[in-house]
Design a protein around this ligand. Structure first.
Ligand SMILES: [Zn+2]
Length: 598
């Protein structure tokens, strides 16, 4: 019998953050003073610059951006303080009230200042060129570039206004209808009325019969609503096609790539690399089939639970493990990570506190804060490593200033996932119980699969669906199903048997409709880190200083350029192959552990 770890102190009880680096509390008079002063500065900014951007010289432009950044920084500081305070005690009306007030105030402030970015976006090309060549402006080059990146795809002012107004009853209305329609569905299951979340959660239970029945119940509902769902998909795909045509985007994915600050070429290289290694997926599911002790793996078996080995890790032990791994990578990395343990982390679980974990960058003039819900299991150690990775990245990129410290989605998870890999590989070396090793490794692999392979197979579905909608016109439910099954069959390569029911499972995924093209960014981030990690293992100590530079650069340039000094060429499929090779190595390690624990 093992002792009940639930009653043991986790060591996180007194690890709380100190927000006085921002404000002393809700009643701090500095809050009121900052709000008033920011209002005055925003008024003065508008009075001074409104309608005059193209009359500025380089030094005046630089000063204007600095002032705008500084005004925004105070607004961010207020917003972060209100948000962080509320996070720990979401039922506190005073905290909630302050947060709402700051939100409404910030949105008004934004309206007042928005003209500046719009004037820059619409400024004539020759003025822009002249300004960008000035060394004075150098620091803000990337911000200025990204602010203008949508300009070639913008329509005239009156056209934009009409599109914006009509989108409320167009795309917006269809998406809302989809969400409300799916949200209102109830699923009859063993005498109970379940929500979508509850019925899909049954796919994660141990009892295979329950999983199978849940899959059937969910499928029956999708079949019943097939006409409605197919109509919504067709309408939104057509709407996107006309939007892309009007805005002159060459492909269905181009507008998303522009958001993510990557070229179509880079995304093509990523997709090509991942789809060429679907054999890794098949190899893993063959192991999973054996671990579950079944002859054939069906689609409803994919999320069946693997052997769990939770372990117990006192907070101090976890802190030591994480700091050791970071220090081993580079002493400076360990020093920065250690800073967080003096009042920048809030770790215990408590009533009213938000769930999950995050690292908030807050503002460059202060420092990041990390929230955890530490319960002392092995995955909590990984979460600590993950959030500290974000924290270190945010801490180092502060020198870029507010406007250029944040990275786009594609590289936002770089430092966190890399930090997790550092701690994970040490964890696997130090853990002596092969059962715990096996459980940890299998979870790691399933997480990696969910981000790398599943997202790309979904990207292939999106590609097929948007291409077919543009070439063939309105698509039938059967045609959608065909494209879906083709994308899924390609990935599983026979290792998972897909039932006929599964052919309907494209129709409930909200991502496809709400943020078309979004899914590949997950794969991008994860694979980038795995490839960097492979380089780190080859290069050893030479790797760390260059990696530091990448983190320090924050969002001050295009990701391709920031990563170039690491010898990384994102347009080259062989670079992505290095990351895929790491996944393959994890599978090989799992196969060995399976042999050892037989
Ligand atoms: Zn993260």
């Amino acid at each position: 019998m093992s002792i009940d770890v639930k009653d043991q102190p986790t060591g996180a009880e007194n690890v709380v953050w100190d927000l006085t680096d921002l404000y002393a509390g809700v009643d701090d008079p500095a809050i009121e003073a900052d709000i008033n002063q920011t209002n005055e500065r925003a008024e003065a900014f508008a009075a001074h610059y409104y309608g005059k951007l193209t009359a500025l010289d380089d030094e005046e432009l630089y000063e204007a951006i600095q002032e705008l950044e500084s005004i925004s920084e105070t607004a961010y500081k207020l917003g972060n303080f209100a948000q962080l305070q509320w996070t720990l005690d979401t039922g506190n009306a005073q905290y909630g009230g302050l947060m709402q007030r700051i939100r409404e105030w910030s949105s008004q402030l934004e309206q007042k200042l928005l003209f500046f970015e719009l004037e820059w976006t619409n400024a004539p090309e020759d003025f822009v060129q002249r300004m960008m060549e000035h060394p004075t402006i150098q620091h803000y080059t990337h911000w200025l570039e990204t602010t203008r990146r949508y300009q070639p795809h913008r329509l005239s002012e009156p056209e934009e206004k009409i599109l914006a107004e009509k989108s409320v009853t167009g795309r917006g209305a269809w998406n809302r209808f989809f969400s409300e329609f799916m949200g209102s569905q109830r699923y009859e299951f063993e005498g109970e009325e379940l929500t979508q979340g509850d019925i899909l959660a049954k796919l994660y239970v141990e009892d295979r019969e329950v999983r199978k029945r849940a899959q059937q119940t969910f499928t029956d509902n999708l079949a019943k609503n097939s006409q409605t769902l197919t109509y919504i998909y067709n309408t939104l795909a057509a709407e996107k096609a006309s939007d892309d045509r009007l805005r002159k985007f060459p492909t269905w994915i181009s507008s998303r790539n522009l958001d993510n600050e990557v070229s179509d070429e880079v995304v093509d290289a990523l997709v090509e690399a991942v789809t060429s290694r679907y054999d890794i997926v098949a190899r893993y599911y063959t192991i999973k089939r054996d671990l579950l002790g079944v002859d054939e793996l069906f689609d409803y078996d994919r999320y069946a639970p693997l052997p769990a080995a939770e372990g117990f890790y006192h907070f101090d032990k976890a802190k030591e493990m994480v700091l050791n791994s970071y220090t081993k990578f580079h002493p400076r990395m360990g020093e920065i990570a250690a800073l967080f343990f003096n009042g920048w982390i809030d770790a215990p679980t408590r009533p009213g506190k938000r769930s999950g974990a995050f690292s908030a960058s807050v503002v460059p003039s202060v420092h990041p804060y990390i929230m955890l819900n530490y319960t002392a299991n092995a995955r909590d150690v990984m979460t600590m490593a993950h959030e500290l990775g974000h924290g270190i990245h945010q801490y180092l990129s502060r020198e870029q200033g507010l406007f250029q410290s944040d990275t786009p989605l594609t590289t936002a998870e770089m430092a966190s996932t890399f930090g997790e890999m550092l701690v994970f590989s040490d964890f696997m070396e130090q853990e002596t119980d092969p059962k715990i090793q096996l459980a940890m490794l299998a979870h790691k692999i399933e997480d990696t699969f969910a981000t790398v392979f599943r997202q790309i197979s979904m990207n292939r579905f999106e590609h097929g669906m948007h291409t077919a909608r543009r070439e063939e016109g309105e698509l039938s439910a059967e045609r959608f199903a065909e494209i879906w099954m083709e994308s899924q069959r390609a990935m599983f390569q026979g290792s998972v048997t897909m039932t006929d029911n599964y052919a309907r499972w494209w129709s409930y995924i909200p991502h496809f409709l709400q943020v078309p093209g979004y899914v590949y960014a997950y794969s991008f981030g994860e694979l980038l880190v795995l490839a960097l990690f492979a380089r780190y293992r080859q290069e050893g100590a030479d790797f760390a200083p260059r990696y530091f530079e990448v983190l320090r650069a924050g969002g001050s340039d295009w990701p391709e350029k920031i990563l170039a000094p690491m010898g990384v060429d994102l347009t080259d499929p062989t670079f992505w192959q290095e990351g895929l090779g790491e996944i393959e190595a994890l599978i090989a390690q799992l196969e060995t552990l399976v042999e050892q624990t037989k």
